[in-house]
Design a protein around this ligand. Structure first.
Ligand SMILES: [Zn+2]
Length: 214
């Protein structure tokens, strides 16, 4: 699951317009922003195994601190509390906390049973939509497009830049998704982790785009 997460972040503007799209994207991708850092630190582990699921060649061997259900809840609560301390906005805090947890829910649908319930138990869950190629692609594109429609309806460009910065970001996300889906599998674990870290550039791009819209 990749642009499905971004779709929820975009759609969140329909519930609360105050948080920047950049903040929404940090929330929906928080688990995937923590994950590459823990991989590079040697705490979490994955292996590249083409065919592990039909759509995703990554075998997630161990990633309970970023991706167990319990930790998704903990991260969500922390995110909400920090946002509340900074802004004093309850609605935004609850929304962002839920967005952090939403990442786990969407991953639970996509991943095969490799998501631990807690870091301390061996039970692993996942519905495995990644094994159903076209259903997964359709589901993910659908969530993304709903998010795009909501975001473009709920915000207005202040000027020309307000149009183009968001449009290029959306197109870029779509291109990354299609390349991940139809391109060759990666061959290096660390390279995958660094691509994960580079998602902060997408976050920065989203802050930039959102600042040019009202
Ligand atoms: Zn994830």
């Amino acid at each position: 699951m990749f642009i499905g997460h971004f779709g929820l972040g975009l759609a969140a503007k329909g519930i609360d317009k105050r948080p920047s799209l950049g903040t929404m994207l940090i929330a929906v991708q928080w688990l995937d922003l923590v994950w590459p850092v823990l991989v590079l630190a040697g705490v979490e582990k994955f292996t590249i195994v083409p065919g592990n699921t039909v759509l995703n060649p990554l075998r997630f061997d161990y990633y309970p601190w970023s991706h167990s259900m319990l930790m998704a809840i903990v991260w969500g609560v922390l995110f909400a509390v920090i946002y509340f301390i900074i802004t004093r906005k309850t609605r935004g805090a609850m929304l962002l906390g839920f967005l952090v947890f939403s990442h786990w829910l969407l991953d639970w649908v996509a991943h095969k049973p490799d998501l631990q319930i807690t870091p301390f138990s061996e039970t692993r869950v996942g519905l495995g939509l990644w094994n159903y190629k076209w259903s997964e692609i359709l589901a993910e594109l659908l969530i993304f497009f709903v998010g795009v429609v909501v975001y473009l309806k709920e915000t207005t460009a202040k000027n020309k830049a307000g149009h183009w910065i968001i449009l290029t970001l959306l197109l870029f996300l779509l291109v990354i998704y299609l390349m991940n889906t139809f391109g060759p599998p990666p061959n290096d674990v660390n390279a995958v982790a660094w691509v994960g870290v580079s998602q902060w550039l997408l976050v920065a791009w989203a802050y930039w785009a959102d600042g040019k819209r009202v």
